[in-house]
Design a protein around this ligand. Structure first.
Ligand code: NAD
Ligand code: ZN
Length: 265
């Protein structure tokens, strides 16, 4: 049970705009590991900070493509958990307030839980693109052996190296449509995120380690602009000092409880 903070509840109840800012921790209870736990099987010897870079893809495209295909497959097999569902219900019942879902996640579990208008700061696992000409390719348009779900149990969960498909326009390699370490975020998405954070009344950060910039700055931007900031995370993070209220619990426990309490009034 969460120890409810009355000031926080009052802030949520009177808020006109609430931004939910999620990270990998919200999907952990769906069985999609955070980066910290993501390395098992063949991948145990690698550091994700070294696989999720443009340099790694240029050096070892089959290794990186294989890792992402394995991740896509696992996400596809996963289901949204109680936290994704509570957030989607909260958004569906927003009435005349604005409830925004800003995520660092590259999975599609917010959408599959029923969230509309999800802003993905770090791109999307299920939209690939050409590394040369940036032509985008949806999951359905990939050659069959490259689609999540095309592989049997021997592929999952161990993973393997797989040569990426090539672009029909220019012959370049197709890469995952996610933002890698060292790459810039889409400026439209970033501008919108800054603006939404600077203009919200409450920001609720869920399951993010708060270290990957520039996304990690959003809670502080909200706070500096006068918003009330709440964090849901079972572990301590650098956002502890930014949040007015820290809920030390898992997302799938805390978010449904928080939503139920807010609805009670
Ligand atoms: P992170 O892996 O750095 O941190 C995850 C955070 O979640 C940690 O602080 C941890 O304490 C917390 N956490 C773990 N289990 C939790 C739970 N059950 N409930 C609530 N919190 C929990 O993740 P990040 O901050 O999102 O940043 C890492 C980068 O990795 C992001 O850019 C993201 O795109 C990428 N990533 C995404 C996914 C995904 O899409 N599901 C998975 C792994 C990594
Ligand atoms: Zn191309």
């Amino acid at each position: 049970m969460i120890d409810f903070d009355e000031t926080a509840l009052e802030n949520i109840q009177t808020a006109r705009k609430i931004v939910f800012f999620s990270g990998a921790g919200i999907s952990a209870e769906s069985g999609v590991p955070t980066f910290r736990d993501d390395l098992s099987g063949l991948w145990a010897q690698y550091d994700p900070m070294e696989l999720a870079t443009p340099e790694a893809f240029a050096r070892q495209p089959a290794l990186v493509w294989g890792w992402y295909l394995w991740r896509r497959q696992r996400v596809q097999e996963a289901q949204p958990n109680a936290a994704h569902i509570a957030l989607a219900e909260w958004q569906a019942e927003q009435g005349d307030r604005q409830i925004i879902c800003l995520t660092q996640n590259v999975d599609d579990l917010h959408e599959r839980a029923g969230c509309s208008h999800v802003l993905h700061l770090h791109g999307n696992l299920f939209t690939s693109l050409c590394a040369e000409c940036t032509h985008t390719v949806s999951e359905d348009a990939l050659p069959e052996e490259h689609r999540a779900g095309a592989h049997d149990a021997t592929f999952h969960p161990q993973g393997q190296e797989i040569e990426p498909p090539v672009c029909r326009d220019c012959g370049g390699y197709i890469r995952p449509g996610v933002i890698w370490f060292g790459e810039s975020l889409d400026s439209n998405v970033l501008d919108q995120s800054f603006e939404l954070s600077a203009n919200c009344d409450v920001l609720i950060a869920i399951g993010t380690s708060g270290v990957v910039q520039p996304a990690a700055a959003l809670p502080a931007i909200a706070r500096d602009s006068g918003a009330y900031v709440i964090q849901i995370n079972p572990q301590e993070t650098p956002l502890d000092s930014v949040a007015h209220w820290n809920i030390r619990a898992s997302a799938a426990q805390a978010l449904p409880e928080l939503y139920a309490r807010v609805r009670e009034g």
